[in-house]
Design a protein around this ligand. Structure first.
Ligand code: HEM
Ligand SMILES: [Cu+2]
Length: 577
């Protein structure tokens, strides 16, 4: 069924041909369902954002009749915003993206019944959780810290949703193992490698939240046990909660490494280096979560410090990425006649949204990463902890690095999946640039307010006005309010383009008109392990490396959780909303 294209070491990879048209159509359809569900969640989530930005601009719109009818409180809106954007949008997009890519890259046939079952289960989980969220029975914010208590439906829906992502992990890893069996001695192609490593990382990371929700929160919310230990729950939450940020950015890295050079007209610099980066993330993303808990009692400073240094270590693969994708772009620009130390940048195709979206996302991530090092430092953390600085930070990471990349991907992936066409390059380009500019202004306003001491998660525009009146925050407030309006325009532009594209007529099967944009490679990993470099051979045994990743997490969390469990203090739930 599948034929392998001729191999030349530097040429762009050609997608293995799938001759079973019905199978290919079904694979594309399930991917499209994941992607469209993701963007529907983002649409609702993002529309609430500008209201919150106005709040941080000192303007309270929550007393207007229309909002009073829609939302019980600022916090119900904020819970919807956080859950839909950061948890639902990301997970659905990533599940579609990282199921489709390895299936095409390996040319493997997956069980479509299982793939559809997983999608439906994930959607069922989403709908279960949506009911209490929309009826103000789970206004817990996206971190759902106990003892704040919500409807059991919320926790059950969340468990089903996260559980279904683990089914995707199972399907992708099984597909890869079957490919390895069928192709002994072969090097895993790069895109599949990145996907498998990322899914493995997520499986290790997700354990924390699965244990928290299934064993602590569901029995407690159903009244089967009398109380819950807030600190154990929080520690399990951040076991997942930090690593989830890599689950959000690594799928964007896949686009930056594998496809962005193609959009720029350049080449991937080094496949072995990319593989090393992903292995570092697999090993090092998870055992670092205590940097969210510097202020928490009953966890020793020694453990907190170890997690802090391990966090700094994760900066290395991020820097490797910045430098190697930067080099790929320079390669592209010089090939188009770019000159000078920085002058080459002018030669990049800035007017092409499939290019500008991931590149601007990367620029945003460089700034976000620098702020992240501040957050993770135990010396600086107390200054910024729980201030407006923090949402300032994660809107230029997940809110831009990830979201803008995914928006950019949708502009070529949806044509590829559906055989439709992007309706307007200019409008798409305007959406991308306004998102970037809006988020930069937003980040400036929010980081600035945070440094002055404005708290996050507060209806600052309506409560305790006198506290804020004396603060020097007029300028950053104004910036934040303006950014919200820029972002509203941007979101409207983007969704207009997206829906016009989805609702347009199908022209073909998308295979020829919008192929997967694989890039050429300067230093490929090679096809056969026998002749491959030591780095390629070291990174290939992902199952063993997965085991090491799990071991590292158990080492870094086991003693901490054991001590918390020995001093567990069960408290009853509270409903504050
Ligand atoms: C139109 C664009 C957006 C605007 C104007 C916006 C604005 C805001 C503001 C002002 C806050 C702080 C609220 C507070 O602390 O009280 C916030 C929180 C948050 N935003 Fe956004 N946002 C936008 C898009 C996004 C996107 C795309 C994501 C993720 C993919 C995202 C994820 C979050 C999360 C996770 C929170 C934290 C919620 C919490 O503290 O529980 N936002 N947003
Ligand atoms: Cu973190």
């Amino acid at each position: 069924m599948i034929t392998s294209p001729l191999y030349s070491p530097h040429a762009a990879r050609e997608t293995p041909v799938i001759s079973d048209a019905a199978y290919l159509a079904s694979l594309k359809k399930v991917t499209q369902y994941y992607i469209v569900t993701a963007f529907l969640a983002l649409l609702i989530g993002v529309l609430i954002g500008p209201l919150q930005a106005l709040n941080y601009g000192g303007i309270n719109v929550y007393d207007t009749p229309i909002l009073k009818a829609l939302l019980k409180s600022y916090y119900q809106g904020l819970s919807l915003h956080g859950v839909l954007n950061a948890l639902v949008f990301t997970q659905f997009f990533i599940s579609g993206w990282m199921l489709y890519l390895p299936a095409r890259d390996l040319g493997m046939r997956i069980n479509m019944k299982f793939a559809w079952f997983t999608y439906l289960l994930m959607t069922a989980g989403l709908l279960l959780a949506a009911v209490p969220l929309l009826t103000n029975n789970a206004t817990l914010l996206y971190t759902f810290y106990p003892p704040m208590e919500g409807s059991p439906l919320f926790y059950i829906g969340a468990a089903v949703m996260v559980g279904s992502s683990l089914l995707v992990v199972g399907q992708v890893v099984a597909m890869w193992v079957a490919w390895k069996r069928a192709n002994p001695g072969r090097v895993t192609p790069l895109v599949a490698f990145m996907c498998v490593a990322t899914w493995m990382m997520w499986a290790v990371a997700a354990l924390g939240i699965v244990i928290e929700v299934v064993f602590l929160l569901i029995p407690w919310s159903l009244g089967w046990v009398g109380g819950v230990d807030p600190l154990i729950s929080k520690t399990l939450f951040w076991w997942t909660g930090h690593a989830i940020v890599y689950f959000w950015v690594l799928p964007a890295y896949i686009a930056w490494y594998a496809f962005l050079p193609h959009h720029a007209g350049g080449r991937i610099v080094s496949e072995p280096l990319v593989r090393l980066t992903f292995v570092m993330f697999l090993l090092n993303s998870t055992p670092v979560g205590l940097h969210h808990q510097y202020a928490d009692p009953n966890i020793s400073v020694a453990w907190k410090t170890m997690h802090m240094f391990l966090t700094f270590l994760v900066a290395i693969p991020s820097l490797l990425t910045a430098f190697s994708v930067g080099a790929a772009l320079e390669d592209a620009a010089r090939a188009r006649g770019g000159r000078g130390l920085f002058g080459w940048m002018l030669r990049l195709p800035w007017g092409k949204p499939t290019f500008s979206a991931p590149v601007l996302a990367m620029v945003s991530f460089i700034l976000g990463g620098a702020g992240g090092i501040v957050n993770a430092s135990s010396a600086f953390a107390p200054v910024v902890h729980n201030t407006a600085w923090i949402p300032g930070h994660f809107h230029i990471t997940v809110g831009t690095a990830t979201t803008l990349t995914f928006m950019g991907i949708s502009l070529w992936l949806i044509p590829h999946l559906t055989g439709k066409r992007m309706p307007s390059v200019r409008l798409a380009s305007a959406a991308v640039w306004t998102w970037f500019v809006g988020m930069m202004v937003f980040a400036l306003g929010m980081h600035w307010q945070g440094l002055v001491g404005v708290p996050r998660r507060a209806l600052v525009s309506a409560t305790a006005q006198s506290v804020y009146r004396d603060m020097p925050i007029q300028i950053p407030q104004m910036l934040t309010a303006i950014s919200g309006m820029i972002l509203l325009v941007s979101a409207l532009l983007y969704f207009y383009v997206l829906f016009r594209m989805l609702l347009s007529r199908r022209l073909d099967d998308g295979e020829a008109a919008s192929p997967l944009p694989y890039s050429e490679v300067i230093s490929p990993a090679g096809q056969h392990l026998a002749g491959a470099s030591a780095l390629v051979r070291f990174t290939e045994p992902l199952l063993a490396l997965w085991g090491v990743a799990l071991l590292l997490v158990l080492l870094m969390y086991g003693p901490v959780l054991a001590r918390l469990a020995a001093n567990a203090e069960l408290v009853p739930g509270w409903r504050l909303y």
